[in-house]
Design a protein around this ligand. Structure first.
Ligand code: NAP
Ligand code: MG
Length: 497
């Protein structure tokens, strides 16, 4: 009886989501191409299909790039910057106004709890509003060259930009690259992740409704090895913004290198979170839990390597075990603390890490195996899991799981924590809890990471530069720093006669 009512609620939610996109969006038009294969869109919470999007191919990318090129030559790049900013602000407002539907579709497509999907819609809107204000402030400079010359610089759009998006926070990722790219006067082709293409297609339509000209943004759903590869390889794409795994990042970078396109790469992480013996554990425990289990651990900057000073190790482990046992897990529509993982494939990956770790003798003090919430037995659920005494050379201490597994490691002191923290190819984020400002700042100086958090992990938001050291990426997104990727500087030198 209970199962039936959950199923009824689910069908009602799918109906409330309305007609879901089953087309590509190119040059201001919905493109239906019966020659293309389709990609099933699966609700990870129930394992059921909610629709399908086309698997765009090389020809689809070609059509989208042609549209983006001609939109660039049209009114977009020459629009007075203030008008461009006003349009982008309206995009933010339109996204906020459509929050209920966008969040519902995101929950059904990606699995995240509805309350988290609503925050994602807000962040998506924030990106457009934040960068909108910069459109008329991208000023060049004047360079003194002596009495006989005048020299000034201008910011010029790069041209057509390609955006290849992952599945973990699709709405944020789409806006994070598109908003600064459009602010600088570029046009765009977006390739969303095959598992989560719906909201990108909805957002682009909202953009055009508020007046962004056709062709300025085009969305081609499809597979990475086909549509993604074609986008990165396209000679008329002058900058590629990629967020995803290190392996794919390398492929994208070499494809872009063939035609000397610049790249922004936001790749993975295995971020260290250090808890020293003078830390306020009442603050640290909920912070550690959020840092690793938010979005079911599918966050590139999650604090997944917990390095704990020996004197507090046992107490902290007990407290963490208790705190994680209180977390709830369920379908995104039920708004629990954790939703499912995005796909059966991701569940397999995460479960593989846990199974292999147990086979090597690593003990999980909580979680460690898939679970099957009542009514949603076919969904892709993995509970918050804590592995203790993980050897520093174990794969669980070094490889990115991208799921809700915390690896706990004991350290003697700050110096050892920094050494272990830096002994990684990654360098995305890092955190520390201590009451000693000297130790905190020594850590911030010593650790290789693009963002460092002291006594509170995450929370920097869209105005603070974000990006990785080492294999975690190239370039910075968010904040004013992100704009640097999206314009060329042209220097004009006049010789006076
Ligand atoms: P992924 O497999 O690298 O995929 C990312 C995107 O690249 C998807 O759209 C994918 O398409 C596409 N793609 C795959 N092969 C391609 C190719 N040959 N050429 C061009 N595009 C290609 O990564 P993921 O598994 O979706 O996401 C998880 C990874 O992303 C993790 O490593 C995580 O740390 C990282 N991530 C980083 C950040 C950050 O800001 N640093 C944020 C989120 C995620 P398909 O969907 O068809 O595979
Ligand atoms: Mg899906």
């Amino acid at each position: 009886m209970r199962q039936r009512s959950k199923e009824e609620q689910w069908h009602q939610a799918v109906e409330n989501a309305g007609q879901l996109p089953d087309y590509l969006y190119i040059n201001g038009e919905r493109v239906y191409d019966s020659s293309l294969q389709s990609i099933e869109s699966v609700d990870p919470g129930s394992g059921r299909s909610i629709g399908a999007v086309p698997a765009g191919n090389r020809q689809s990318i070609e059509a989208a790039v042609v549209a983006a090129r001609s939109a660039l030559q049209g009114p977009w790049r020459d629009l007075p910057p203030r008008e461009r900013g006003q349009l982008l602000w309206r995009v933010g407002e339109a996204i906020r106004a459509d929050k209920a539907r966008l969040a519902l579709v995101e929950t059904l497509d990606n699995g995240k709890p509805l309350k988290d999907a609503e925050v994602c819609v807000e962040r998506c809107a924030d990106y457009f509003c934040y960068y909108a204000g910069m459109a008329d402030k991208l000023e060049g400079s004047s360079v003194p060259l002596g009495a006989g010359k005048v020299c000034f610089t201008e910011h010029v759009p790069i041209g057509v930009t390609g955006h290849i998006i992952p599945w973990n926070v699709p709405l944020n990722m789409i806006a994070r690259g598109l908003a600064p790219a459009l602010t600088c006067g570029n046009t765009a082709v977006v390739k969303p992740a095959e598992d989560t293409s719906m909201t990108a297609l909805l957002v682009v339509e909202l953009m055009e409704k508020v007046g962004i000209p056709p062709g300025v943004v085009n969305v081609v759903s499809g597979y990475g090895h086909e549509a993604g590869q074609a986008l990165a390889e396209h000679p008329d794409v002058h900058h590629v913004t990629f967020t995803g795994s290190v392996a794919t990042g390398k492929t994208v970078m070499s494809a872009a290198a063939q035609h000397i396109a610049s790249v922004s790469l936001e790749l993975g992480g295995k971020s260290p979170h250090i808890i020293l013996d003078d830390a306020d554990l009442d603050r640290a425990v909920p912070d550690i839990v959020r840092a690793v289990f938010a979005n079911s651990g599918q966050i590139c900057s999650a604090g997944t390597r917990l390095l704990v000073q020996k004197g507090i190790y046992n107490e902290l482990l007990d407290r963490l075990t208790q705190a994680s046992s209180k977390l709830t897990l369920g379908h995104g529509l039920d708004n629990k603390d954790l939703g499912p993982l995005v796909s059966a494939k991701q569940l397999d990956t995460v479960n593989g890490f846990a199974t292999r770790a147990e086979a090597r003798g690593i003990k999980f003090v909580s979680g460690g195996q898939p679970v099957h919430p009542e009514g949603f037995e076919q969904g892709f659920y993995f509970p918050p899991s804590i592995a203790m005494d993980v050897p520093v050379d174990d794969e669980l201490a070094n490889d990115e799981v991208f799921g809700p597994i915390l690896s706990v490691i004991s350290v003697d002191d700050l110096e050892e924590a920094i050494t272990i923290g830096n002994n990684s190819d990654y360098g995305l984020a890092a955190g520390i809890h201590t009451r000693d400002i000297n130790r905190a700042l020594k850590f911030a100086r010593g650790i290789d990471a693009g963002q460092v958090y002291i006594n509170g992990y995450h929370g920097a938001g869209d105005t603070v530069p974000f990006g990785g050291f080492k294999h975690s990426g190239i370039g910075r997104e968010k904040g004013l720093a992100a704009l640097n990727a999206y314009y060329e500087i042209k220097s004009v030198v006049v010789t006076l006669c």
